[in-house]
Design a protein around this ligand. Structure first.
Ligand code: C5P
Ligand code: ZN
Length: 475
């Protein structure tokens, strides 16, 4: 990976100017910020643009503009077969299209998208690794480090990208090349990795709120119940407030944290949670040491959420400024967007209630029409799955209108994935069958399909869920 990063760095150094093209999610935006910061430090002229997705049309437009060199961050791999006629470097962790990467070229130090050496790609898949060993931001970081070893301070933002892409979720800690980045960040004094309660909101949420909103794991009797959370903590003798300030998890001392964690573990086990669920309370968490205590930019997961909130509402540039270190107006605007996002989600829950969740024998679904943005419908689906309204033993499929067709987001529980459910395969096959495209991960996948194809899509998806779970069809 480092050898490939050096090749790409050389290419960047010799370019008269570079156009960075990055994805609009937390990983893409933080990766774009890393690319731009590294280029700026190296004195390489460049501009940065963010795109919602890279399809043939977007790529054609970039080719038409004809930048001396394009640097794709957190996207590009999926269009490797269409990269002819452009000078480009790609730092991406998505599955690359196979067509133009002959087996013979795999294992080489440098990989080419086609026979001409105009496209260089750094991607863990080329080493037979999965998507989770490095993020798009992490791959961009590898190049930044190759441009200048002093760029290791950018490790902090690279970890925000990885966590924003939930790469720590499955194993409750980052793995693969991400560990090198963590080690770099620790050595550079910008990052701390520690084993701690891994619920969301360690820096900014009052402790009882952090418990109340816990979904991974779901804590019986506490999740969704503010009063019970307050009572639980008071019973442990915890001071929830100092003067007018609600204490966050980061305000607690070691002893207090240990008391709460022990009590939570006992609470979950006593209420019948298995060790696997209970274990999910604890994991590795990542703190950006140069950021102020109590700021959402201090915790990697909260930082990632802040950036994602901007990306979802067409404000990737705002988040990008924050990633580059701006703590003035863009930061204030990002905080406003995050608050707006939370309100939007509350409204989305009402929308789902009105639309109603329909059931087929192997799945459940709702259609949000124009009422929920295509960039948010996936989260809305996750939230619906976590609420009592939706059945947890059925995967949920959500539809929303988008510019380019109907957006579909599918979500399921870890339980059903363990039983054999693979939503990525379903989204890919079912969308393809109706003239769309899709993919993603086992537990969270997405697709875009032509309008009017929803029912046909659902029939196929329903049958596939049934097959994957080894269930027989309806009588
Ligand atoms: O958009 P959503 O949050 O539902 O996406 C979930 C996952 O599905 C993401 O990993 C995304 O990259 C993937 N996806 C995809 N093809 C699409 C839409 C989403 O592979 N057309
Ligand atoms: Zn990514």
């Amino acid at each position: 990976m480092e050898a490939r990063a050096r090749e790409i760095a050389d290419r960047l150094r010799s370019a008269p100017s570079v156009t960075v093209v990055a994805h609009i999610d937390a990983d893409g935006i933080s990766g774009g910020a890393i690319a731009s910061e590294a280029l700026a430090r190296a004195g390489i002229r460049h501009d940065v643009t963010f795109v919602k997705k890279l399809d043939e049309a977007v790529l054609a437009e970039i080719k038409r503009q004809g930048p001396p060199l394009a640097w794709f961050v957190d996207l590009g791999a999926g269009l490797l077969h269409a990269m002819h006629g452009i000078d480009a470097v790609i730092t991406d962790h998505h599955v690359p299209t196979e067509r133009e990467v002959p087996k013979a070229l795999r294992g080489d130090l440098v990989r080419f998208a086609d026979s001409a050496d105009r496209v260089l790609m750094l991607n863990p898949h080329l080493d037979g690794e999965g998507s989770d060993v490095a993020s798009g931001a992490g791959c961009a970081y590898a190049v930044a480090k190759a441009l200048d070893p002093a760029n290791v301070d950018l490790a902090a933002i690279a970890i925000v990208g990885a966590v924003g892409d939930v790469q720590d979720q499955e194993f409750r800690r980052l793995g693969g090349y991400n560990r090198t980045i963590v080690a770099d960040g620790v050595r550079a004094g910008v990052l701390q990795a520690s084993v701690d309660l891994r619920l969301f909101g360690r820096e900014t949420r009052p402790v009882h709120k952090m418990l109340q909103y816990a979904t991974d794991p779901w804590i019986p009797r506490l999740s969704g119940n503010e009063e019970a959370c307050v009572a639980f903590l008071l019973e442990l003798g915890l001071d929830l407030k100092i003067d007018d300030h609600w204490r966050s998890w980061s305000d607690l001392d070691r002893g207090e944290k240990q008391r709460v964690v022990s009590a939570l573990v006992a609470h979950m086990l006593e209420r019948g949670c298995g060790a696997r669920e209970t274990d999910r309370l604890i994991g590795e968490v990542y703190t950006l040491l140069k950021e102020p205590v109590g700021s959402p930019t201090r915790d990697a997961k909260e930082f990632g959420t802040l950036i994602n909130a901007c990306g979802r509402y067409d404000a990737a540039e705002i988040a990008y400024r924050v990633c580059r270190g701006d703590r003035e107006e863009p930061f204030a605007e990002a905080l406003r967007l995050l608050r707006g996002h939370r309100e939007y989600l509350v409204g989305s829950m009402d929308t789902i209630e009105e639309a109603g969740i329909q059931e087929m024998d192997a799945l459940q679904y709702f259609h949000a029409g124009d009422k929920i943005r295509d960039t948010v419908v996936g989260i809305a689906a996750s939230m619906a799955l976590n609420k009592n309204g939706a059945m947890k033993d059925l995967p949920i499929f959500a539809f929303a209108n988008a510019d380019d067709g109907i957006k579909v987001s599918a979500r399921t529980t870890r339980d059903l994935v363990a039983k054999g459910l693979d939503l990525a395969a379903i989204m890919q096959a079912a969308s393809k069958a109706v003239g769309g495209t899709g993919g993603g991960h086992h537990a969270a996948a997405g697709a875009t399909i032509p309008p009017g194809q929803e029912q046909a899509f659902l029939e196929i998806a329903n049958r596939m869920v049934r097959e994957q779970l080894g269930r027989s069809g309806p009588k």
